[in-house]
Design a protein around this ligand. Structure first.
Ligand SMILES: [Mn+2]
Length: 317
């Protein structure tokens, strides 16, 4: 089992080691990318060697934040750390068996896959704790670090709208802006602009949405065939999991997808009356109280049945 350490101890660890390889999670989102990029730049600024593992699932929208940071080779003697990775099963492809020395995380469901872990559930985004860690390391924030952290914090909070937002979240965002981060282009790229295939997907989802429990539960699925037919990219569907929750009256939104190995991927988004992580834990998954996930064998049909059963234990369907 992993040793739980404080943020101060994590800072001491990073001060006393070198040659870091930083891992993001599978199906990388803004928080894992922004946290890794900011930590990598911060470590370099205090004279450390640091690289990001070239996660094969990095998508084009994150390219500006990764430039010059990704390692062309995996280094055998590197000290491996991870940001925002909750379990070994979420390590990026090609790093499944990595000996991770330090995990920096904010998932209550972190399974202790690393030798040492600092995981703080009170943080809305992993980026929040990276910001404090950089300050403990004496890192001077730059525009690039500020923008990477702003991506982390804004995306994990739905642009400061979710229940995980605290006063500290806004203070972190303010620190990013003070460091020179230009937030308008980031907000526009991540929260406003949609490609037309995404709009076509939303139209399809509206037509095919299933409702249960008098409209309090909404279930959607995105078959692989639809991804192809509408020419959707991963970036187009990055934040699609919350789509059902935007409907009036919906307290539990389910999004189902087909992923690698014929698995059905379940994404759950819940309002304050339900705990998404607890529901997904029944299926071997995890996450946060408002946003969680799990994957089951048998594609979308099996995933649909499994999640409806798990939800049915909380609310009469
Ligand atoms: Mn996160």
């Amino acid at each position: 089992m992993s040793v739980q350490i404080s943020l101060r101890e994590a800072a001491d660890f990073l001060q006393s080691h070198d040659n870091y390889l930083i891992l993001s999670h599978r199906r990388p989102d803004g928080d894992t990318v922004g946290s890794c990029a900011a930590l990598c730049r911060g470590l370099r600024s205090i004279g450390k060697q640091a690289w990001l593992y070239a996660n094969p699932q990095f998508t084009p929208r994150f390219a500006p934040y990764l430039e010059g940071l990704t390692a062309v080779r995996g280094s055998e003697e590197a000290c491996i750390i991870s940001c925002d990775v909750a379990s070994r099963s979420l390590l990026p492809f090609g790093m499944e068996d990595a000996a991770v020395e330090l995990a920096l995380d904010h998932h209550g469901t972190n399974d202790g896959f690393a030798a040492q872990t600092h995981s703080d559930e009170g943080r809305a985004a992993c980026g929040e704790l990276i910001l404090e860690l950089l300050s403990l390391l004496g890192v001077q924030l730059t525009k690039e670090i500020g923008e990477a952290l702003y991506v982390a914090i804004s995306t994990d909070t739905g642009c400061f709208r979710y229940t995980n937002v605290t006063a500290a979240t806004f203070r972190c965002a303010a620190a990013c802006v003070e460091a020179g981060a230009e937030v308008f282009p980031i907000n526009r790229a991540f929260f406003e602009v949609k490609r037309r295939p995404r709009l076509a997907l939303e139209a399809w989802l509206v037509q095919h949405m299933e409702y249960f429990a008098e409209g309090r539960v909404a279930v959607s699925a995105i078959p692989a065939e639809l991804m192809e037919r509408l020419a959707l990219t991963e970036d187009d569907i990055d934040d699609i999991s919350g789509f059902g929750r935007s409907i009036d009256g919906v307290e539990i939104a389910v999004m189902l997808r087909e992923v690698e190995g014929g698995k059905g991927k379940i994404s759950l988004r819940t309002g304050p009356n339900y705990n998404a992580a607890a529901i997904c834990a029944k299926l071997g998954g995890g996450g946060h109280p408002g946003a969680a996930g799990a994957a089951v064998d048998g594609g979308i049909p099996a995933a649909r049945e499994a999640i409806l059963h798990a939800i049915g234990e909380e609310i009469k369907l």
